[in-house]
Design a protein around this ligand. Structure first.
Ligand code: SF4
Ligand code: SF4
Length: 351
Protein backbone atom coordinates (compact mmCIF):
# COMPACT_ATOMS: atom_id res chain seq x y z
CA UNK A 1 0.00 0.00 0.00
CA UNK A 2 1.20 3.55 -0.80
CA UNK A 3 3.21 4.62 2.27
CA UNK A 4 1.73 8.11 2.52
CA UNK A 5 -1.88 6.91 2.24
CA UNK A 6 -1.25 3.96 4.51
CA UNK A 7 0.13 6.24 7.23
CA UNK A 8 -2.74 8.68 6.90
CA UNK A 9 -5.17 5.77 7.11
CA UNK A 10 -3.53 4.40 10.25
CA UNK A 11 -3.49 7.83 11.86
CA UNK A 12 -7.17 8.33 10.99
CA UNK A 13 -8.11 4.95 12.50
CA UNK A 14 -6.27 5.72 15.74
CA UNK A 15 -7.89 9.16 16.03
CA UNK A 16 -11.49 8.15 15.35
CA UNK A 17 -11.26 5.28 17.85
CA UNK A 18 -11.11 7.69 20.81
CA UNK A 19 -13.88 10.06 21.82
CA UNK A 20 -11.45 12.93 22.52
CA UNK A 21 -9.87 12.78 19.06
CA UNK A 22 -12.83 11.54 17.02
CA UNK A 23 -13.44 14.84 15.18
CA UNK A 24 -9.72 15.11 14.34
CA UNK A 25 -9.99 11.58 12.94
CA UNK A 26 -12.86 12.62 10.69
CA UNK A 27 -10.74 15.59 9.59
CA UNK A 28 -7.88 13.22 8.74
CA UNK A 29 -10.27 10.95 6.84
CA UNK A 30 -11.50 13.87 4.72
CA UNK A 31 -7.87 14.84 4.06
CA UNK A 32 -7.06 11.28 2.95
CA UNK A 33 -10.11 11.16 0.70
CA UNK A 34 -9.17 14.51 -0.84
CA UNK A 35 -5.68 13.27 -1.63
CA UNK A 36 -7.04 10.05 -3.16
CA UNK A 37 -9.69 11.85 -5.17
CA UNK A 38 -7.00 14.09 -6.70
CA UNK A 39 -5.59 10.95 -8.37
CA UNK A 40 -8.95 10.28 -9.98
CA UNK A 41 -9.22 13.91 -11.11
CA UNK A 42 -5.76 13.78 -12.64
CA UNK A 43 -6.55 10.58 -14.53
CA UNK A 44 -9.93 11.80 -15.79
CA UNK A 45 -8.59 15.17 -16.92
CA UNK A 46 -5.45 13.91 -18.69
CA UNK A 47 -6.12 10.42 -20.05
CA UNK A 48 -7.73 9.73 -23.44
CA UNK A 49 -11.17 8.14 -23.65
CA UNK A 50 -9.80 4.77 -24.75
CA UNK A 51 -7.77 4.51 -21.53
CA UNK A 52 -10.94 4.03 -19.49
CA UNK A 53 -11.91 0.71 -21.01
CA UNK A 54 -8.45 -0.79 -21.53
CA UNK A 55 -7.61 -3.77 -19.37
CA UNK A 56 -3.81 -4.02 -19.37
CA UNK A 57 -3.77 -6.63 -16.58
CA UNK A 58 -6.55 -8.83 -17.98
CA UNK A 59 -6.58 -12.23 -16.35
CA UNK A 60 -4.52 -11.15 -13.34
CA UNK A 61 -5.74 -11.59 -9.77
CA UNK A 62 -6.52 -8.38 -7.94
CA UNK A 63 -8.08 -4.94 -8.28
CA UNK A 64 -5.69 -3.95 -11.07
CA UNK A 65 -7.28 -6.54 -13.36
CA UNK A 66 -10.24 -4.17 -13.94
CA UNK A 67 -10.54 -0.99 -16.04
CA UNK A 68 -10.27 2.66 -14.95
CA UNK A 69 -13.96 3.35 -15.66
CA UNK A 70 -15.10 0.24 -13.82
CA UNK A 71 -12.93 1.14 -10.82
CA UNK A 72 -14.52 4.59 -10.51
CA UNK A 73 -18.03 3.21 -10.93
CA UNK A 74 -17.43 0.44 -8.38
CA UNK A 75 -15.83 2.64 -5.68
CA UNK A 76 -18.61 5.20 -5.79
CA UNK A 77 -21.57 2.85 -6.23
CA UNK A 78 -20.50 1.06 -3.07
CA UNK A 79 -20.01 4.33 -1.23
CA UNK A 80 -23.35 5.73 -2.44
CA UNK A 81 -25.25 2.62 -1.32
CA UNK A 82 -23.55 2.37 2.07
CA UNK A 83 -23.61 6.10 2.87
CA UNK A 84 -27.20 6.71 1.87
CA UNK A 85 -29.09 3.44 2.33
CA UNK A 86 -27.33 2.42 5.55
CA UNK A 87 -26.01 5.47 7.36
CA UNK A 88 -28.06 8.52 6.31
CA UNK A 89 -31.10 6.44 5.30
CA UNK A 90 -32.00 8.80 2.48
CA UNK A 91 -31.89 8.61 -1.31
CA UNK A 92 -28.75 7.54 -3.18
CA UNK A 93 -27.05 10.19 -5.33
CA UNK A 94 -27.43 7.92 -8.39
CA UNK A 95 -31.22 8.16 -8.19
CA UNK A 96 -31.59 11.63 -6.65
CA UNK A 97 -29.69 13.28 -9.52
CA UNK A 98 -30.54 10.68 -12.18
CA UNK A 99 -26.89 9.94 -12.87
CA UNK A 100 -27.63 6.55 -14.39
CA UNK A 101 -28.98 8.25 -17.53
CA UNK A 102 -26.11 10.76 -17.68
CA UNK A 103 -23.48 8.05 -17.21
CA UNK A 104 -25.32 5.76 -19.67
CA UNK A 105 -24.79 2.84 -17.34
CA UNK A 106 -26.77 -0.31 -18.15
CA UNK A 107 -26.64 -1.34 -14.46
CA UNK A 108 -27.28 0.18 -11.03
CA UNK A 109 -25.33 -2.47 -9.13
CA UNK A 110 -21.79 -2.29 -7.76
CA UNK A 111 -20.48 -4.26 -10.76
CA UNK A 112 -19.03 -7.09 -8.63
CA UNK A 113 -20.89 -9.57 -10.81
CA UNK A 114 -19.01 -8.53 -13.96
CA UNK A 115 -15.82 -10.27 -15.13
CA UNK A 116 -13.28 -10.08 -17.95
CA UNK A 117 -14.73 -8.86 -21.26
CA UNK A 118 -18.01 -7.96 -19.52
CA UNK A 119 -16.07 -5.27 -17.64
CA UNK A 120 -14.55 -3.97 -20.89
CA UNK A 121 -17.98 -3.88 -22.62
CA UNK A 122 -19.52 -2.16 -19.59
CA UNK A 123 -16.69 0.41 -19.45
CA UNK A 124 -17.05 1.26 -23.15
CA UNK A 125 -20.67 2.24 -22.58
CA UNK A 126 -19.98 4.77 -19.82
CA UNK A 127 -19.75 8.54 -20.22
CA UNK A 128 -16.59 9.08 -18.19
CA UNK A 129 -17.14 12.81 -17.63
CA UNK A 130 -20.60 12.12 -16.20
CA UNK A 131 -19.14 9.26 -14.16
CA UNK A 132 -16.57 11.67 -12.73
CA UNK A 133 -19.31 14.18 -11.81
CA UNK A 134 -21.18 11.37 -10.09
CA UNK A 135 -18.06 10.33 -8.17
CA UNK A 136 -17.54 13.92 -7.01
CA UNK A 137 -21.19 14.28 -5.92
CA UNK A 138 -21.00 11.03 -3.97
CA UNK A 139 -17.71 12.01 -2.34
CA UNK A 140 -19.05 15.40 -1.28
CA UNK A 141 -22.33 14.05 0.01
CA UNK A 142 -20.51 11.34 1.99
CA UNK A 143 -18.13 13.95 3.38
CA UNK A 144 -21.21 15.79 4.70
CA UNK A 145 -22.51 12.60 6.31
CA UNK A 146 -19.12 11.83 7.86
CA UNK A 147 -18.77 15.37 9.21
CA UNK A 148 -22.14 15.16 10.94
CA UNK A 149 -21.33 11.88 12.72
CA UNK A 150 -20.83 11.94 16.48
CA UNK A 151 -18.65 9.50 18.38
CA UNK A 152 -21.57 7.35 19.72
CA UNK A 153 -22.82 6.86 16.11
CA UNK A 154 -19.79 4.65 15.44
CA UNK A 155 -21.33 1.82 17.49
CA UNK A 156 -24.55 1.74 15.47
CA UNK A 157 -25.23 -1.75 14.14
CA UNK A 158 -27.41 -3.07 11.34
CA UNK A 159 -29.91 -5.91 11.53
CA UNK A 160 -32.05 -8.17 9.37
CA UNK A 161 -34.28 -5.25 8.32
CA UNK A 162 -31.25 -3.55 6.71
CA UNK A 163 -30.31 -6.78 4.94
CA UNK A 164 -33.83 -6.93 3.54
CA UNK A 165 -33.86 -3.24 2.61
CA UNK A 166 -30.56 -3.46 0.74
CA UNK A 167 -31.71 -6.57 -1.10
CA UNK A 168 -34.87 -4.77 -2.20
CA UNK A 169 -32.94 -1.86 -3.75
CA UNK A 170 -31.57 -4.16 -6.47
CA UNK A 171 -28.24 -2.36 -6.10
CA UNK A 172 -26.36 -5.56 -5.35
CA UNK A 173 -26.52 -8.35 -7.88
CA UNK A 174 -27.87 -11.75 -6.77
CA UNK A 175 -24.87 -13.40 -8.44
CA UNK A 176 -22.71 -15.25 -5.94
CA UNK A 177 -19.74 -13.01 -6.76
CA UNK A 178 -21.73 -10.03 -5.47
CA UNK A 179 -24.47 -11.05 -3.04
CA UNK A 180 -22.05 -11.56 -0.12
CA UNK A 181 -21.61 -7.76 -0.04
CA UNK A 182 -24.89 -7.13 1.81
CA UNK A 183 -24.01 -9.57 4.58
CA UNK A 184 -20.51 -8.13 4.76
CA UNK A 185 -21.70 -4.53 5.16
CA UNK A 186 -24.40 -5.48 7.66
CA UNK A 187 -21.91 -7.40 9.80
CA UNK A 188 -20.14 -4.10 10.49
CA UNK A 189 -21.05 -1.17 12.69
CA UNK A 190 -20.62 2.41 11.42
CA UNK A 191 -16.98 2.39 12.56
CA UNK A 192 -16.35 -0.72 10.45
CA UNK A 193 -17.94 0.97 7.42
CA UNK A 194 -15.81 4.10 7.90
CA UNK A 195 -12.74 1.89 7.90
CA UNK A 196 -13.63 0.11 4.65
CA UNK A 197 -15.90 1.61 1.95
CA UNK A 198 -14.98 5.19 2.83
CA UNK A 199 -11.23 4.76 3.17
CA UNK A 200 -9.40 1.46 2.66
CA UNK A 201 -11.58 0.44 -0.28
CA UNK A 202 -10.67 3.74 -1.98
CA UNK A 203 -6.95 3.19 -1.34
CA UNK A 204 -6.96 -0.33 -2.78
CA UNK A 205 -8.83 0.62 -5.94
CA UNK A 206 -7.07 3.93 -6.54
CA UNK A 207 -3.69 2.25 -6.16
CA UNK A 208 -4.86 -0.30 -8.71
CA UNK A 209 -5.92 2.55 -11.00
CA UNK A 210 -2.42 3.95 -10.69
CA UNK A 211 -0.95 0.62 -11.78
CA UNK A 212 -3.35 0.47 -14.73
CA UNK A 213 -2.52 4.00 -15.87
CA UNK A 214 1.23 3.46 -15.50
CA UNK A 215 1.05 0.30 -17.59
CA UNK A 216 -1.00 2.12 -20.24
CA UNK A 217 1.61 4.90 -20.35
CA UNK A 218 4.44 2.42 -20.80
CA UNK A 219 2.53 0.69 -23.59
CA UNK A 220 1.80 4.03 -25.30
CA UNK A 221 5.47 5.05 -25.31
CA UNK A 222 6.52 1.91 -27.18
CA UNK A 223 7.51 2.93 -30.70
CA UNK A 224 6.94 6.66 -30.09
CA UNK A 225 9.66 9.24 -30.83
CA UNK A 226 11.56 9.41 -27.50
CA UNK A 227 12.35 13.11 -27.88
CA UNK A 228 9.75 15.31 -26.21
CA UNK A 229 8.62 18.53 -27.91
CA UNK A 230 10.42 20.60 -25.27
CA UNK A 231 13.77 18.81 -25.79
CA UNK A 232 13.74 16.30 -22.93
CA UNK A 233 14.48 12.65 -23.60
CA UNK A 234 11.60 10.35 -22.59
CA UNK A 235 14.13 7.48 -22.49
CA UNK A 236 15.98 9.22 -19.68
CA UNK A 237 13.12 11.01 -17.93
CA UNK A 238 12.39 10.34 -14.27
CA UNK A 239 8.67 10.76 -15.06
CA UNK A 240 8.69 8.10 -17.77
CA UNK A 241 7.03 5.55 -15.51
CA UNK A 242 3.96 7.78 -15.20
CA UNK A 243 3.98 9.67 -18.49
CA UNK A 244 2.99 8.21 -21.84
CA UNK A 245 4.99 10.86 -23.81
CA UNK A 246 3.79 14.17 -25.19
CA UNK A 247 3.80 12.58 -28.64
CA UNK A 248 1.01 10.14 -27.77
CA UNK A 249 -2.57 10.45 -26.53
CA UNK A 250 -1.18 9.59 -23.06
CA UNK A 251 0.45 12.99 -22.72
CA UNK A 252 0.61 13.20 -18.95
CA UNK A 253 3.87 15.08 -18.40
CA UNK A 254 4.03 17.41 -15.43
CA UNK A 255 3.06 20.52 -17.42
CA UNK A 256 0.17 18.69 -19.08
CA UNK A 257 -1.26 17.63 -15.73
CA UNK A 258 -1.19 21.18 -14.36
CA UNK A 259 -2.55 22.81 -17.53
CA UNK A 260 -6.32 23.46 -17.51
CA UNK A 261 -6.79 21.67 -20.85
CA UNK A 262 -4.59 18.72 -19.76
CA UNK A 263 -2.08 19.38 -22.58
CA UNK A 264 1.58 20.42 -22.39
CA UNK A 265 1.91 24.03 -23.66
CA UNK A 266 5.11 23.17 -25.57
CA UNK A 267 3.39 20.28 -27.36
CA UNK A 268 0.35 22.41 -28.21
CA UNK A 269 2.55 25.27 -29.47
CA UNK A 270 4.74 23.01 -31.64
CA UNK A 271 1.69 21.28 -33.10
CA UNK A 272 0.15 24.69 -33.83
CA UNK A 273 3.32 25.79 -35.65
CA UNK A 274 3.58 22.46 -37.46
CA UNK A 275 7.15 21.85 -36.23
CA UNK A 276 8.76 18.70 -34.84
CA UNK A 277 9.85 20.29 -31.56
CA UNK A 278 10.93 23.51 -29.87
CA UNK A 279 14.42 22.89 -31.31
CA UNK A 280 13.01 23.96 -34.69
CA UNK A 281 11.64 27.23 -33.33
CA UNK A 282 13.38 30.61 -33.72
CA UNK A 283 11.97 31.75 -30.36
CA UNK A 284 13.69 28.99 -28.38
CA UNK A 285 16.25 31.28 -26.73
CA UNK A 286 13.63 33.61 -25.24
CA UNK A 287 10.53 31.40 -24.93
CA UNK A 288 8.87 31.23 -21.50
CA UNK A 289 6.13 28.69 -22.28
CA UNK A 290 5.56 25.38 -20.46
CA UNK A 291 8.87 23.78 -19.52
CA UNK A 292 10.67 27.07 -20.26
CA UNK A 293 8.67 28.94 -17.60
CA UNK A 294 11.35 30.87 -15.65
CA UNK A 295 10.08 29.55 -12.28
CA UNK A 296 10.49 25.92 -13.46
CA UNK A 297 13.80 24.64 -12.10
CA UNK A 298 14.16 22.44 -15.20
CA UNK A 299 13.68 25.35 -17.64
CA UNK A 300 17.37 25.76 -18.42
CA UNK A 301 17.91 22.02 -18.81
CA UNK A 302 15.00 21.74 -21.27
CA UNK A 303 16.20 24.74 -23.29
CA UNK A 304 19.82 23.57 -23.38
CA UNK A 305 18.78 20.13 -24.58
CA UNK A 306 16.60 21.63 -27.31
CA UNK A 307 19.56 23.81 -28.34
CA UNK A 308 21.79 20.76 -28.46
CA UNK A 309 19.29 18.91 -30.68
CA UNK A 310 19.13 21.94 -32.98
CA UNK A 311 22.93 21.85 -33.39
CA UNK A 312 23.66 18.13 -33.41
CA UNK A 313 20.42 16.28 -34.10
CA UNK A 314 18.26 13.86 -32.10
CA UNK A 315 20.39 10.75 -32.65
CA UNK A 316 23.52 12.39 -31.23
CA UNK A 317 21.48 13.84 -28.38
CA UNK A 318 20.27 10.40 -27.27
CA UNK A 319 23.84 9.08 -27.35
CA UNK A 320 25.05 12.00 -25.23
CA UNK A 321 22.28 11.32 -22.74
CA UNK A 322 23.34 7.67 -22.46
CA UNK A 323 26.92 8.78 -21.80
CA UNK A 324 25.77 11.41 -19.30
CA UNK A 325 23.82 8.80 -17.36
CA UNK A 326 26.80 6.45 -17.37
CA UNK A 327 29.13 9.18 -16.15
CA UNK A 328 26.97 10.74 -13.43
CA UNK A 329 24.45 9.35 -11.00
CA UNK A 330 21.44 11.66 -11.35
CA UNK A 331 17.66 11.59 -11.66
CA UNK A 332 16.83 14.94 -13.20
CA UNK A 333 18.86 16.57 -15.99
CA UNK A 334 18.73 19.93 -14.21
CA UNK A 335 20.95 18.39 -11.51
CA UNK A 336 23.70 18.12 -14.15
CA UNK A 337 22.96 20.89 -16.61
CA UNK A 338 22.35 23.56 -13.98
CA UNK A 339 20.82 26.96 -14.52
CA UNK A 340 23.21 28.54 -17.03
CA UNK A 341 22.52 27.65 -20.69
CA UNK A 342 26.10 28.19 -21.91
CA UNK A 343 27.49 25.99 -19.16
CA UNK A 344 24.75 23.39 -19.78
CA UNK A 345 25.51 23.29 -23.50
CA UNK A 346 29.23 22.94 -22.77
CA UNK A 347 28.52 19.94 -20.48
CA UNK A 348 26.46 18.25 -23.19
CA UNK A 349 28.99 18.93 -25.92
CA UNK A 350 31.91 17.67 -23.84
CA UNK A 351 30.13 14.48 -22.76
S1 SF4 B 1 7.59 14.24 -18.99
FE1 SF4 B 1 8.26 14.82 -21.06
S2 SF4 B 1 10.25 13.83 -21.30
FE2 SF4 B 1 9.25 12.86 -19.56
S3 SF4 B 1 8.23 11.07 -20.43
FE3 SF4 B 1 6.75 12.73 -20.43
S4 SF4 B 1 6.90 13.71 -22.43
FE4 SF4 B 1 8.73 12.43 -22.13
S1 SF4 C 1 7.32 29.42 -28.95
FE1 SF4 C 1 8.26 28.27 -27.28
S2 SF4 C 1 6.86 26.57 -26.93
FE2 SF4 C 1 6.36 27.40 -28.92
S3 SF4 C 1 7.54 26.13 -30.34
FE3 SF4 C 1 8.75 27.97 -29.87
S4 SF4 C 1 10.09 27.35 -28.21
FE4 SF4 C 1 8.44 25.84 -28.31
Amino acid sequence: MDKHWSEMNKEMQALIAKKATFKDGIGKLLELRKSLFEQITQIVTTFPEEAFWQMPFAGAEGYHSKTLAYSIWHIFRIEDIVAHEMIAEDQQVLFRLDFQTAIRSPIITTGNELAGEEIVDFSKQLDVRALYRYAREVMESTNGILSSLEYPDLKRKFGADMVEKLGATGCVSGDESARWLIGYWCSKDVLGLVKMPFSRHWIMHIEAMRSIKNRLCRQARRGADPIAYCGFSCNHCFLAEWCGSCRTAYNTCSFATISPDGKCPNAVCCQGKGIDGCYECDQLETCEKGFYTPSNDGANAARVQAMYIRKHGKKEFLKVHDRLHEKYDFAKTQEILGQDWQEGLRILEES
